[in-house]
Design a binder for this molecule. Structure first.
Ligand code: LIP
Length: 266
């Protein structure tokens, strides 16, 4: 199966670049986009739908028996034969539509019930993060590894939030993080945040609930880079989402304890 995943990641690396270029074209012309509200702090535009159509059409053309779960597609196709593609065409939609360059294209792969590979493409920094679980993770072809931090004072922790969960536990997590000498950062793209953990830029990532299409590729990057990442597929996470947590191996026990103390089921 790993050969099949490698082949798919090679194919999707150029697809992610193509999708990133299309997204960047919309990004350079934000004034022409109609923005719709899906909920509190949750927006979408034609850019998301157009980029997902491109990705889905190319994947279905090349791998007609694979499954597909996409943020904007609605009808998930859970293949019983091939791997399942888990895609967010523009992750960090709010920064994207606000003209803030912290967004990306996120293309993940699930095979035999496990996260198997992924690509995070950032057109704003011209960086492509790629991973095949078991084969390592790379940024623009260079091997990446998580930071070897042993406590929260040694760097930044990215903390995500959405109105899908109550405020209090996330506020308590941030309070406990600050009390531990850590500092939080929020860029608005969970996929990019997880990619930065894999690359050692953030020492940890935490979010009380992430959808699979936001988390899958980033989780593959952290796993393949040698870090620890909470299983995003736990309890039907593919369709229902899950807690997202990731760090280098040495910091993982403290991250898990901090999350549990804030009331999250890790
Ligand atoms: C985003 C996630 C991020 C979360 C944001 C938002 P979107 O996905 O990647 O982790 O904190 O609230 O849900 O909506 O930009 O695709």
């Amino acid at each position: 199966m790993r050969t099949e995943i490698r082949e798919r990641i090679d194919f999707a690396t150029s697809l992610a670049a193509q999708a990133g270029e299309l997204a960047h074209d919309y990004y350079r012309n934000l004034g022409q986009l109609t923005v719709e509200n899906k909920g509190p702090q949750d927006v979408v535009s034609e850019a998301d739908r157009a980029v997902e159509r491109l990705i889905r059409n190319e994947i279905e053309r090349r791998y007609p028996h694979d499954g597909f779960v996409g943020e904007e597609s609605g009808n998930a196709r859970l293949s019983a034969i091939g791997p399942i593609w888990v895609v967010d065409p523009i992750d960090g939609t709010q920064p994207f539509l606000s003209g803030v360059p912290t967004w990306c294209v996120s293309i993940g792969l699930v095979a035999q019930g496990r996260v198997a590979g992924g690509i995070v493409r950032d057109p704003c920094t011209d960086e492509t993060f790629t991973a095949v679980v078991g084969d390592g993770a790379h940024c623009n072809g260079r091997a990446i590894r998580p930071a070897d931090a042993q406590d929260f004072t040694q760097g930044m922790t990215e903390v995500g939030y959405s109105s899908r969960i109550p405020v209090a536990p996330t506020a308590l997590f941030i309070e406990k993080l600050l009390d531990s000498g850590g500092i939080y950062h929020r860029g608005g793209s969970g996929a990019l945040g997880l990619a930065y953990v894999a690359a050692g830029r953030y020492i940890a990532y935490f979010e009380g609930h992430m959808n699979s299409w936001d988390a899958c590729a980033g989780a593959a990057l952290v796993n393949a880079a040698g870090g620890w990442v909470h299983d995003i597929l736990v309890d039907d996470g593919l369709l229902g989402g899950a807690v997202a947590a990731a760090s280098g191996q040495r910091l993982a026990p403290k991250l898990q304890a901090l999350a549990r103390d804030a009331g999250f089921p890790l």
